[in-house]
Design a binder for this molecule. Structure first.
Ligand code: NAP
Length: 297
């Protein structure tokens, strides 16, 4: 009997992860779900593990999407969780790979990172060769990516996916945006000039599956649509799609006051372009914000 190749997905219960097992199954790949709950019910997942008892033997691919949600107040306690669930957990994944003999090791690690890697870059066009930026999120992402990169010396192809703002019906960012816009109180954040590197969740999942199977893809990859929008334009298009006004701007100082440092992160812009994915032949189903909103609303 032939055994299907298998992927382990850490963070499989999350917004992005939960749609992946069925996509992998379409390509003949089985999924081991990795969750702190230890087991669960999810279409396409036939085995479960807990992240503190990882056994990656027999897995062709590892997809690591775990991370304490960042869209909450940044306190000393939440920062510990942000770090442990990204850097700490990624180090644990690499340790689990290194515990295996070279023949047993997975061939590819697709590890989440974020466009926060670039910090606040105004109008600069950011392809994957751009330098890292400054600030808490840039530091966190750089450490997260460094932890993943350690798997390269173990003979693993490592893809570091710098994810933008993921748009999907189940996503917390999109749900919050819809809530305020439906009330008619949405509007630009700060100056509204900052670039928002958004991506439709279906394209992000497609890019992850592409990264698993495309052996020519490795290194940093921007997980963002080819047409980022300035915050004011993003909000204007969302308001128009919802037939609501976008007239109430949220000044930067108020955002920082109400949601603390995370408010500052919302004011930072990254004009990130998915050059590496496009060069590797990946096709976006939702390249423009209009096409993504039409699908989602
Ligand atoms: N969604 C976005 O807009 C966006 C943007 C940029 C980057 N990203 C990154 O992409 C990845 C996937 O995003 P997502 O929206 O799918 O994430 P998510 O739904 O918020 O969380 C993914 C999974 O992370 C695990 N997790 C949460 N808190 C944890 C903790 N304290 N310790 C260990 N594990 C924890 C949970 O798995 P269990 O409870 O099953 O263990 C959860 O299902 C994340 O790393 C995120 O930072 C997302």
């Amino acid at each position: 009997m032939q055994v299907s190749p298998r992927a382990a997905i850490i963070g499989v219960t999350g917004f992005v992860g939960r749609g992946l097992p069925s996509l992998l199954a379409e390509k003949g790949m089985a999924t081991t779900g990795v969750s702190r709950a230890g087991s669960g019910q999810l279409p396409g997942v036939d085995q479960w593990q807990a992240p503190d008892r990882l056994n990656l033997a027999g897995h062709h691919a590892v997809i690591n999407l775990a991370g304490e949600p960042i869209d909450q107040r940044w306190t000393a306690q939440t920062r510990i969780r942000f770090h442990a669930s990204r850097v700490g957990l990624t180090q644990r994944v690499v340790q689990a790979i290194s515990d295996l003999s070279p023949a047993e090791r997975p061939k590819v690690l697709v590890n989440a990172s974020a466009v926060g890697f670039y910090g606040d870059r105004h109008d600069e066009i950011l392809t994957e060769t751009a330098q890292r930026g400054d600030g808490y999120l840039a530091d966190l992402c750089a450490e997260w990516e460094e932890a993943a990169l350690a798997a390269e010396s173990l003979g693993v192809r490592v893809v570091r996916l710098r994810i933008g703002i993921v748009l999907g019906k189940e996503g917390s960012a999109f749900k919050k945006l819809l809530f305020v816009f439906k009330l008619g109180i949405g509007g630009r954040l700060g100056s509204g000039k900052q670039w928002m590197p958004w991506i439709h969740v279906a394209d992000l999942r497609g890019a992850i599956v592409h990264a698993v199977f495309s052996e020519s893809l490795h290194g940093p990859i921007n997980g963002a649509a080819p047409n980022p929008e300035r915050n004011a334009d993003f909000n204007r298009k969302l308001a128009a799609a919802l037939h609501r006004p976008a007239i109430f701007p949220a000044p930067g100082f108020a955002l920082r006051l109400v949601i603390g440092e995370f408010g500052g992160a919302l004011l930072a812009g990254q004009r990130a372009l998915p050059k590496a994915l496009e060069r590797d032949g990946f096709q976006f189903h939702f390249p423009t914000l209009e096409s993504a909103l039409k699908d989602l609303l």
